[in-house]
Design a protein around this ligand. Structure first.
Ligand SMILES: [Zn+2]
Length: 257
């Protein structure tokens, strides 16, 4: 079995991040959608279970999964959704079946490309609205205010795929391409008709990316109703992001220190 229930392995910061993202007023998730994970070491992550609510999460709502068998599924053209479901099963506990989230492969896809400590996936209403629009692919491509360039850098857009194996594979392909091009993982992944994935080296870093993504979406909604988007001029933005105090701030925000 590659998933086990072990509440003692769940960091308090992961529970706190999860509950914070589940606060109803933040509109990151309204029911049991969304999931979070923390990288324990090179071989394992702790990830939220299927069906549990972000806002009420406790250490019992996470399981420890081994990365290797799930990375194998990402690379196996013959793998099926049933194989994935079996690999996520952590057995029966107190009369209930415990399973890692069906979206665990999104978290595994990150680790398969480059190690990252914190991954948070949510379905923010304001962002999903734009990712469900005809402009989904391009609307976040250029920064429209400087803070988003600092915190979100260049988001990665991933076309729609069915949650589970298909989505995991598509996210993996996108992350791999980006990493090969730039040597870095993106901070924010935009999932068409679905939601977002924040990748960070600290819990506050992941939380901040989710929060800034909502602001970025809201700014775009407003700009569109005012006649259309006007991106920050590219060369001025590039100079701004490279300024030493801004690059320090960016590092700080990414690490949440
Ligand atoms: Zn989702």
């Amino acid at each position: 079995m590659s998933a086990v229930l072990d509440p003692s392995a769940v960091p308090a910061d992961l529970v706190a991040l999860t509950r914070s993202l589940g606060e109803r007023s933040r509109e990151q998730a309204i029911l049991a959608e969304g999931n979070t994970s923390y990288r324990l070491d090179d071989e394992r992550i702790v990830v939220k279970t299927s069906g549990s609510n972000l806002g009420r999460a406790t250490a019992d709502d996470f399981v420890v999964v081994d990365n290797a068998p799930l990375v194998d599924l990402l690379h196996d053209p013959a793998a099926t959704q049933a194989d994935l479901t079996a690999a996520l099963d952590a057995g029966e506990h107190e009369g209930r079946r415990v399973r890692a989230s069906i979206e665990t492969l999104v978290h595994i896809a990150v680790q398969a490309v480059a190690p990252a400590s914190w991954v948070a996936h949510t379905h923010p209403t304001a962002v999903v609205g734009l990712l469900a629009s005809v402009q989904a692919e391009t609307i976040f491509a250029e920064a429209v205010y400087s803070d988003e360039a600092v915190v979100l850098a260049t988001p990665l857009f991933v076309p729609y795929a069915e949650p589970g194996l298909a989505l995991g594979k598509l996210v993996h392909d996108g992350l791999r391409r980006r990493f090969d091009e730039t040597g870095e993982l993106p901070r924010l992944v935009l999932l068409a008709n679905h939601g977002i994935v924040a990748i960070a080296e600290s819990a506050p870093g992941a939380d901040g990316i989710c929060e800034m993504a909502v602001k970025s979406a809201t700014v775009r909604h407003i700009a569109l109703t005012a006649g259309g988007l006007q991106p920050v001029p590219r060369d001025s933005l590039a100079k701004f992001v490279l300024r030493s105090e801004v690059s320090e701030r960016r590092q700080r925000l990414g690490r949440g220190t």
